[in-house]
Design a protein around this ligand. Structure first.
Ligand SMILES: [Zn+2]
Length: 138
């Protein structure tokens, strides 16, 4: 069974920062994947995630910071994308999928949150690995 296609409006809330990169062609690719659609909707509805960020200071890096608890207050998880990681159709699809993959497996309570993969190259950054050190994960 397939779910309804995502529309541009689905990138207007928490994904508003990357909405300009989600062209109609990109949207059509995203809608080919039930799992990718599901992950966008899951992130959108998750009370432990913040608005997605486009970080011009780190143009070639993308990462997901897991939620962290400080003094009983939860600092929400957030996806961050450098502009160069999402500025072509293949990069957008690849990096969005990749980082949503981190999101879905690494949140507290997720099945493999202790098994943060080591990502190098265009997708994930050094910042991501520092983030994992801060939360005591490997
Ligand atoms: Zn990665």
């Amino acid at each position: 069974m397939s779910t309804a296609d995502l529309t541009n409006a689905d990138f207007g809330d928490k994904f508003a920062a990357i909405q300009p990169y989600v062209t109609s062609t990109a949207l059509a690719y995203i809608n080919r994947s039930e799992r990718l659609k599901e992950l966008v909707r899951t992130y959108q509805a998750d009370t432990r995630t913040n608005d997605v960020v486009v970080n011009a200071a780190k143009p070639d890096a993308a990462w997901y910071n897991v939620p962290v608890v400080h003094n009983g207050e939860t600092e929400r998880g957030v996806l961050s994308f450098g502009p160069n990681t999402i500025n072509t159709l293949p990069r957008l699809i690849e990096v969005l999928s990749h980082e949503l993959g981190h999101y879905v497996v690494e949140n507290p309570g997720a099945v493999s949150h202790r098994q943060r993969p080591k990502c190098r190259g265009r997708g994930c950054s050094r910042r991501e690995r520092r983030g994992s050190a801060q939360t005591g994960r490997e």
